[in-house]
Design a protein around this ligand. Structure first.
Ligand code: KIV
Ligand code: ZN
Length: 385
């Protein structure tokens, strides 16, 4: 089974979410949890962007020893030097240099010709390689770049010493088949590609970040990048917990292994949500409040008979105690009886019928009936003569 490395960028791309601002201690707390979650690489920040970020990256690199810590840098000597000062005390110093390769970025943002971009990238990678044993280079906006230009620049940066080549879908524009084809093309056309690990980095503007990442893995990516809860610029990055669970649940389709400790998912998600202030939507895959909640009578009845009828993921796999039977207007007698038992009531059939009717009346007024509501109904019914 092929191994896929997990590169977490919650503390860098994730922190670029509008409205998120983590301080040094908050970043350190998340970093320690990411280490427990089993990520292979964590991008702790962008050291040249501020003194605060520099200090946070440095402290994380010196504290976290169980995985590689990296920091982002533009293709400038100054950024690379500052990144080295922040990362040199790490267990496995690694730098992440990026430079845009799409015509739109080269013309309007960088104001450089393609050959100048090649020169800048090669020079920066070679300079970084004098210090760092691991150099990742990212072709920013790879998905809107010319494929043959990508092939050309990738060959050159590998010769300059890059150890990982990342092909980011910076603006969340690609589709699974297109992204997969790009990886295949690069593997087939870059002559020295076997010297590096190929990495995928997807944004979720069209809601395809996770699917695109899985497609990249199928076409040769051996590192995937993302964030916890999918936080990040604009619509966010690929959600790592979703990729980890998809690879596990669909082993029949994906013959790949990560080092992730899936049981740490819930704890990691809760911590990131609390410290960033970014609420997890109720219907979010894997970690949303409703991801293991069953409301309709038919589903509840099925799950009570055999959980796999409507549950493809066991809650305990991701560190959640149990599924939730939400009693609402679609719920049936089976789930109601089960809940009554759980709350300590053993009513005879006629009392149960009476209580169920009161419960149904209440669902006309309330969307979700709480345990407290049920307790009151059941107590009333039990004590009525
Ligand atoms: O989305 C992107 O292109 C990035 C790069 C810095 C890798 O985050
Ligand atoms: Zn990004």
């Amino acid at each position: 089974m092929a191994r896929v490395k997990v590169f977490d960028t919650t503390l860098r791309d994730g922190e670029q979410s509008a409205g998120v601002n983590l301080n040094r201690l908050e970043k350190l707390e998340i970093a320690k949890q990411l280490e427990r979650f089993g990520v292979d690489v964590m991008e702790a920040g962008f050291p040249a962007s501020s003194q605060e970020d520099f200090e946070a990256v440095k402290e994380i690199a010196e504290t976290v020893r169980g995985c590689s810590v990296t920091g982002l840098a533009r293709a400038h000597h100054r950024d690379i030097d500052i990144a080295w000062e922040a990362l040199k005390g790490g267990a496995e110093p690694r730098i992440h240099i990026f430079l845009a390769t799409s015509p739109i970025h080269m013309t309007h943002k960088l104001k450089k010709t393609p050959e100048e971009v090649v020169e800048t990238a090669v020079e920066a990678v070679a300079y970084a390689k004098e210090k760092f044993p691991f150099v990742q280079w990212s072709a920013e906006d790879a998905c809107r770049s010319d494929l043959d230009f990508l092939v050309h620049i990738i060959e050159k940066v590998i010769d300059a010493g890059a150890t990982v080549i990342n092909l980011p879908d910076t603006v969340g524009y690609t589709t699974p088949d297109e992204y997969g084809r790009m990886f295949r093309y690069v593997r087939e056309h870059v002559p020295n590609i076997d010297q590096v690990i190929l990495s995928a980095h997807c944004h979720d503007d069209l809601g395809m970040a996770v699917s695109n990442s899985l497609s990249a893995i199928e076409h040769g990516a051996r590192q995937i990048e993302g964030t916890i809860n999918g936080i990040g610029e604009r619509a966010g990055n690929a959600a790592l917990e979703e990729i980890g669970v998809a690879l596990q649940i669909r082993k029949d389709r994906y013959d790949f292994q990560t080092n992730l400790v899936l049981k740490e998912i819930k704890r990691t998600s809760d911590l990131v949500s609390r410290l960033t202030g970014m609420m997890v939507p109720g219907n979010k895959a894997v970690v949303g409040r409703n991801a293991f909640a069953h409301e309709s009578g038919i589903h509840q009845d099925g799950v009570l008979k055999e959980a796999t009828t409507y549950e493809i993921i066991t809650p305990s796999m991701v560190g959640i105690d149990s599924n939730r039977m939400v009693l609402g207007k679609h719920s049936g007698r089976h789930a109601f009886k089960d809940k009554a038992k759980e709350l300590g009531f053993d009513l005879n059939e006629s009392k149960l019928k009476e209580a169920f009717e009161s419960f149904k009346n209440l669902t006309g007024k309330k969307k979700e009936v709480t345990d407290e509501d049920l307790f009151a109904i059941l107590t009333d019914t039990q004590t009525e003569r």
